[in-house]
Each structure stands twice: as structure tokens, then as C-alpha cells.
Design a protein around this ligand. Structure first.
Ligand code: ATP
Length: 298
């Protein structure tokens, strides 16, 4: 039985698009990426699943139960980290977390201390005095406190420094090994790539792809930028897989998908001042991913 099951889920805000006819499932034990640019509809999907907003159409089930009819029951087994964490009063971190823990049957005090230590969060500080990143850590501890069966993370890394991101990812991987299913929503492809085995791509409220991460990686382009000592002859790079060729004197950039040795042989023929090989940004990947599928008749 899938842990998450969306069936034609639709939400409009007045006349405006939120999400349209979204269907996918997340299986037990998966770390599932949910990726799309800002405004694509990720938060809307998550909030609808959690019963925080009502769908206009379709349905969402978690643990086989309808999210609207069984919301309260389902939420006890979910750890949710919202994209923005707001705490309004001047409580101490410890008091807030103990209050959160009181909603669950298990005694979570030991776990609270362990998680706080792992994330280097000072339990005795007042929440008002915390930086954005430290507030995010409060949300992380709060979300993982009760050892939920399903962890839903909406843009969880914003505000965390690279070391804390790393710790957080390790924590998530541990929870996953213990059996938790994870839905990881983000607009940052690299972090989704690092953690997730499968991914749903959403754009303008619609699902545009549902792929194993390995397949998505295989279909993506690398972005090459190079600075040569003299003008670069474009015809030398006229091979299949080269796209978006831009050049100005010796400064060249292009996208490439294919046998990396082919392109390196051509680059080796140049006298270079510098070379960068980068991941294309998400928009570029979407665009070319789309094109390559259409090209393949998909
Ligand atoms: N309360 C609301 N009222 C009206 N429109 C909304 C509301 N919330 C979201 N939208 C619209 O729904 C669409 C999807 O927004 P959503 O916040 O779900 O996207 P997202 O993928 O989570 O993006 P982001 O990463 O920027 O949060 C956007 O066009 C947004 O403007």
C-alpha cells in the first residue's frame, strides 16, 4: 500500500491556479523528491495533503486513509517541517518542544535532547532570540521528535549552513533506514539528487515528470563555460548533444549531453585560460528534459 496517494488533486485559489490534476504515489520507505521552481505548487500540494487547505477536486490519501476524513489521526504519524517557521511568543526552545511532545503518547524528552545536540540547538534560548537558521532547527527537532512514519519537508534547508545541512541529511537518512518514508520538497536540484531515489517534477501546477533519480540524471545536460586565449571555432563543437552555443571572442558557454570524452577531446584542442563545468539550473533542465522527451516521442 502506498504511503501517499494523490489522485487528480486540484486546488484553485479563486480563479487562480494552485495545482491541477496531480496524481502520484509514494511507496513505503522511499525518500521521494518533489521538485519545481518557485510558485510551481509544491506547498499547495503539501498543505492540501495535510488538510490545512481544502482541495477543489480529486483526493489525497496517506496510509490509505483520506486526508480530509482522517486528518487528525493521520497527522499523529507525520512529521511536518513547513517552508517558513513562525513562532510568535517568547517561549524557550525547550518549553516549545516539550509542549509539542505533549501531543504524542511517547515520552520524547530524551529524543529532544539528542536531536538538539546533533543539530547544535541551544534548548535554553528564547525563540525570539534565535537566528533564522536556528529557528529552522527548532522546526526540524519538532518535526522529528515523535519518530514519525512519514516525514514531509517543505524547502527544509533554507537558512541552514552547509555543515548543518549535512547533519540534517544524515539524520534523515537514519530515519529512513529505521523505516520512515520521506517527502522532500525543494527547488534545489542538487539536494534532491543527493537524497532522493525518485522524483516528481512539478511545473505551473502540473506534474511534468515522475522519474527514478538515475534516469533524470542520465537525461540532464552539463553546462560548460570556457575562456580561451583566442577565438573559438564553433564548427569544431558542432556535434550531437551540444546546445545553446554562445560565444563572444574566446568566452564560450554551451550545454552538452553525451559522451564526455567527445567534448573533452575538442576542448583539449584549445589553449585555455579557464574552464568551468557546472550543473545547469533547474529551468534549463526542465526545458531540455521536456525537449528530449518530446524528441523521443514520449
Ligand atoms: N493563499 C493563496 N492565495 C492565492 N494564490 C495562492 C495562494 N497560495 C499559493 N497561491 C498560488 O498558487 C501557486 C502555487 O504556489 P505554491 O506556494 O504552492 O508554490 P511552491 O511550488 O510551493 O513555490 P515556493 O517554492 O515559491 O513556495 C502560485 O501561483 C501561487 O501564487
Amino acid at each position: 500500500m502506498p504511503v501517499i496517494e494523490l489522485n487528480g488533486l486540484t486546488k484553485t485559489y479563486g480563479g487562480a491556479r494552485g495545482i491541477t490534476d496531480l496524481s502520484f504515489t509514494v511507496e513505503e520507505g522511499e525518500i521521494f523528491g518533489f521538485i519545481g521552481p518557485n510558485g510551481a505548487g509544491k506547498s499547495t500540494t503539501i498543505r492540501t495533503m495535510l488538510g490545512l487547505i481544502y482541495p477543489t477536486g480529486g483526493s489525497a490519501k496517506i496510509f490509505g486513509k483520506d486526508c480530509l476524513q482522517h486528518g487528525t489521526e493521520i497527522k499523529k504519524e507525520i512529521g511536518y517541517l513547513p517552508s517558513e517557521v513562525f513562532y510568535y511568543d517568547n517561549m524557550k526552545v525547550k518549553d516549545l518542544l516539550q509542549y509539542s511532545a505533549s501531543f504524542y503518547k511517547k515520552d520524547s524528552r530524551k529524543r529532544m535532547r539528542e536531536l538538539a545536540e546533533r543539530m547544535e540547538l541551544d534548548l535554553n534560548k528564547r525563540i525570539d532570540d534565535l537566528s533564522l537558521g536556528n529557528k529552522k532547527k527548532v522546526g526540524i527537532v519538532q518535526g522529528l521528535l515523535h519518530e514519525p512514519r512519514l516525514i514531509i519537508l517543505d524547502e527544509p534547508t533554507s537558512g541552514l549552513d552547509p555543515l548543518m545541512q549535512q547533519r540534517f541529511f544524515e539524520l534523515l537518512e537514519e530515519e529512513n533506514r529505521k523505516g520512515a518514508t520521506i517527502l522532500f520538497s525543494s527547488h534545489i536540484l542538487s539536494e534532491v539528487q543527493r537524497l532522493c531515489s525518485r522524483v516528481a517534477i512539478i511545473k505551473e501546477g502540473r506534474l511534468i515528470a515522475l522519474e527514478k533519480m538515475s534516469e533524470l540524471k542520465g537525461s540532464t545536460y552539463k553546462k560548460f563555460k570556457l575562456a580561451a586565449k583566442s577565438d573559438v571555432d564553433a564548427s569544431a563543437f558542432g556535434i550531437p548533444g551540444v546546445m545553446e552555443w554562445k560565444s563572444e571572442g574566446g568566452e564560450v558557454s554551451f550545454l552538452f549531453k553525451g559522451d564526455i570524452n567527445e567534448i573533452l577531446r575538442r576542448i583539449a584542442g584549445l589553449e585555455l585560460e579557464n574552464l568551468w563545468v557546472e550543473e545547469p539550473d533547474l529551468e534549463e533542465i526542465f526545458m531540455h528534459y521536456y525537449e528530449s522527451r518530446e524528441g523521443a516521442g514520449a
